[in-house]
Ligand binder design. Sequence first.
Ligand code: PGA
Length: 253
Amino acid sequence: MKILAGNWKMNTTFEEGYNLIEALKNELSPERLGDVVVVLAPPVVQLTQAIDLLIDYPEMAVAAQNGHAKDSGAYTGEVSMAQLADAGADAVLIGHSERRQYFGETDQDVNAKVHAALNHELRPIVCVGEVLAERQSGDHLAIVEKQLRAAVAGVTPDLAENLVLAYEPVWAIGTGETATAAQAQEMHAHLRGVLRDLYGDLAQYLPILYGGSCKPSNGAELFAQPDVNGGLIGGASLVAADFIALVDQLQKA
Ligand code: PGA
């Protein structure tokens, strides 16, 4: 499965979100999408708008950007995985580096959220990635492997088939810096190996997305790598023409 996911982060008004989705619907026919599944992650207040607009477009799924691991309770300001599933979301981003950096999410939090999402049949898009100093230390493969193993600890093979992984080098997110295709492939192949160690043959079917300043000028090269199964797109997902160009590149890859 190939996936192009758009992470709108804390951007867009209701009207902008509406216009963006309508533009994608107008252009992205099932024929044009081919084997690409589009996942849109709008701000949580626009989740139901996106779900309603895409009700007749099963090839475009809706994800939340975060969710709480507990089903309900006194957690002011939070939205649970159970509530996201109840609202009709298909998927949820978990452990995005901005959640880890600015909101103190730990590997343990990420693991609890992965279990909660799977329990509620939300497809978890689990984000991992190293910061610049970690890459410069040369230990990036081991560091990201540790994040992945912690994130999926206790996830049994029957549930693991729903996992989606996103490798996002933190130094490449929103910076205009991109990992080279070779750097992305090296990490993706390593993560595929970890998944094979954990889940055997299933690993070859689990999508591993690349994220971090992925845009039409570099998408084709990244998507051409054998272990890159799609993208998690921030900035370029807010511009319909750029996101559509990336869909086309992924479809042809
Ligand atoms: P970017 O963000 O494409 O703007 O770098 C990617 C992400 O954070 O998911």
